[in-house]
Design a protein around this ligand. Structure first.
Ligand code: IPM
Ligand code: MN
Length: 353
């Protein structure tokens, strides 16, 4: 028996989460799994009702469940709130409160979409790597922080245990893949990066089978677009991971395709990488695949059912191969399908398998 908390959130969030829930329910039926899904408010949707983006009630529910499925938060309506009330602050709050220190963002190119990227197909074909981003430390959370009329300041700081635990997790992930880990920092300029690098090397001693490569973040940005196939597992600090995971996402053709998992020692949250896309919200146009793939990551990481995750991935691949395209991944000659049509097709492929 698994308990999921779903947080549709804002913009296209409710539409894509509804799609993922249909997929989850289909699989639960097929595999005889008892899965309960409880919906909670978060972000702007919560602010409009409670005057708070993240309530204690939602937080408690997230603490008590096996996995959280999040759509997206934010939109123009809430953009002008003070900094600490913005949806982004709530997202950082939920990460911190649930201790979700590791963020997994796969950059995998679907064969059917190799022409949808801004990169040449021959550079891209076969790209399949994982960005592991530290998520609850570094400059995102460091103190002191602030600004006044004459200065603005933030602090990039890491504690030993924060680097050690993410490094361990990244080496573990590398052991399950191609045994190659690229650690990305800016140790030529930043002391906090030299500290990061030293600890990653310390942890490496426990994983002698893994090849460890250090790379500066500017070079890494260049290498990801030059030759993305050289990467298998990347581990990096919070801010660098934010930037590099968007680059990695974009080369795969569409952010609308990419899931993520944020994992801590006792909680996990799954969400698509794309945002709330307010311009297309409520129009049944959003690509549900990133959220459906996030559900796949949930089956794999939180429920330890890699077989079910693989069923989802192959249903997505089949659906793409038979030509289904939402607007974000369509070429001019393609017929564009809606969120529900894409979901129907994926569910049908699951039912047929
Ligand atoms: C992300 C987002 C967030 C981040 C924002 C919305 C706070 O860009 O998940 O990558 O910077 O971490
Ligand atoms: Mn980001």
């Amino acid at each position: 028996m698994f308990k999921i908390v779903s947080i549709p959130g804002d913009g296209i969030g409710p539409e894509v989460v509804a799609s993922a829930i249909r997929v989850i329910n289909t699989l639960a039926r097929q595999h005889g799994l008892e899965i309960t899904i409880e919906e909670h408010l978060f972000g702007g949707a919560s602010f409009d009702v409670h005057g708070e983006m993240l309530t204690q009630e939602t937080l408690e529910a997230c603490r008590k469940c096996d996995a959280v499925l999040l759509g997206a938060v934010g939109g123009p309506k809430w953009e002008n709130l003070p900094h600490e009330k913005k949806p982004e602050a709530a997202l950082l709050g939920i990460r911190k409160e649930l201790g979700l220190f590791a963020n997994f963002r796969p950059a995998k190119v679907y064969d059917a979409l190799v022409n949808a990227s801004s990169l040449k197909p021959e550079i891209l074909a076969g790209t399949d790597f994982m960005v592991i981003r530290e998520l609850t430390g570094g400059i995102y959370f460091g103190e002191p922080r602030g600004y006044d009329d004459t200065r603005g300041w933030n602090t990039m700081v890491y504690e030993h245990y924060e680097v050690e635990r993410i490094a361990r997790l990244a080496f573990d992930a590398a052991m399950k893949r191609k045994k190659q880990l690229v650690s990305i920092d800016k140790a030529n300029v930043l002391e906090s990066s030299q500290f990061w690098r030293n600890i990653v090397h310390e942890v490496h001693k426990d994983f002698p089978e893994v090849e460890l490569i250090d790379m500066y973040v500017d070079n890494a940005a260049m290498q990801i677009v030059r030759d993305p196939k050289q990467f298998d597992v990347i581990v990096t600090k919070n801010l660098f991971g934010d930037i590099l995971s968007d680059i990695s996402g974009m080369i795969t053709g569409s952010l609308g395709m990419l899931p993520s998992a944020s994992i801590g020692s006792s909680h996990a949250l799954y969400e698509p990488i794309h945002g709330s896309a307010p311009d297309i919200a409520g129009q049944n146009k959003a690509n549900p695949i990133a959220t459906i793939a996030s559900a796949a990551m949930m089956f794999e990481h939180s429920f330890c059912m890699k077989n079910v995750a693989d069923e989802i991935y192959s249903a997505i691949e089949k659906t793409l191969a038979s030509g289904f395209r939402t607007a974000d991944i369509a070429n001019p000659e393609d017929t564009i399908v809606s969120t529900t049509e894409m979901t129907d097709a994926i569910v049908a492929n699951l039912e047929a398998s």
